[in-house]
Design a protein around this ligand. Structure first.
Ligand code: 5RP
Length: 274
């Protein structure tokens, strides 16, 4: 691996655990002002010091992230479809590699829609993005999107989508957690990080997802709503870090969460920094 590519990959994953807790705040690119991400700057600021990387579009990066921040940036570069359309799979690459370099990001991310009407185009976009990324040392993350069909999240489907992504040259893959997740990991030669999906009913359920993913061999999380739609986003993030980097159990993470909840409420901190 070229030095630049290797250096960017090392920025994304922590040296001791080899894992990463990436915080995803890119939902607005197709969902608009998602609940509790309406004011992106206010949501992002308290989380930034505890995120191993921040998943974001260039618009939110420019408007809501302090350029003095040292958190590695995972730049979403696919889009141009919104939730108002039935078929979400018709995405294009909407941000150039030149802009990704200008923004000094550590990796770029694009969704692939395996089995969807625009499967072929999305896989071609991945291959072309990998070509451009390899040219300049920029790792590409493939996101195995499921569109509105959340029931697609089974091991057989996700293993196929992750493997195809790796075969086309993605340096890392983001996918969804599912039963028999080890089958998804087994078939994919590049690091997999797990998304959280829509907010789960309890914090415990989010910890179980994270714990199951790490036990199965995932290299961490790229999680959004289960962190920042929580009433205690920083506490959630710290507890998830404990699972991902220290292999803590769900019970241990719940203890961390309860301890962290005693810290001053995030709402007060947000008001103080606004
Ligand atoms: C949106 C995304 C999100 O970044 C990904 O789904 C992670 O966020 P969440 O944990 O909220 O699902 O790719 O398309």
């Amino acid at each position: 691996m070229e030095w630049g590519m290797a250096n960017r990959m090392h920025r994304m994953f922590q040296p001791v655990s080899g894992n990463s807790v990436m915080v995803a705040v890119d939902h607005g690119y197709f969902m608009g002002p998602t609940r509790r991400l309406e004011n992106a700057r206010a949501t992002i600021a308290p989380l930034l010091p505890y995120a191993d990387a921040l998943g974001v579009t260039r618009g939110i990066l420019r408007h809501a992230v302090d350029p003095a921040a040292t958190t590695p940036i995972l730049l979403r570069v696919s889009g141009a479809v919104t939730v108002l359309k039935e078929d979400l799979s018709d995405e294009e690459v909407v941000t150039s590699m030149e802009d990704a370099l200008r923004l000094n990001v550590s990796a770029v991310a694009l969704s692939v829609f395996v089995g969807a009407p625009h499967e072929h185009e999305s896989l071609l976009h991945l291959s072309q993005l990998v070509d451009a990324g390899e040219e300049c040392g920029m790792p590409v993350m493939s996101i195995t999107a499921v569109g509105k069909e959340l029931e697609k999240r089974d091991a057989r489907y996700l293993a196929l989508a992750c493997r195809v992504s790796a075969e086309l040259g993605a340096r890392m893959v983001k996918t969804y957690y599912c039963e028999n997740f080890e089958k998804v990991i087994e078939g994919c030669p590049v690091p997999i990080v797990c998304a959280g999906g829509p907010k789960l009913d309890t914090e415990k359920a989010a910890f179980e997802l994270a714990y199951g993913a790490i036990q199965a061999g995932a290299h961490g999380l790229d999680m959004g709503r289960n962190i920042w739609q929580s009433d205690h986003p920083v506490a959630m993030l710290k507890a998830l870090r404990f699972i991902v980097h220290e292999k803590a159990t769900v019970k241990e993470a719940l203890n961390v969460l309860e301890e962290e909840k005693k810290a001053p409420p995030v709402a007060a901190k947000r008001a103080a920094s606004a």
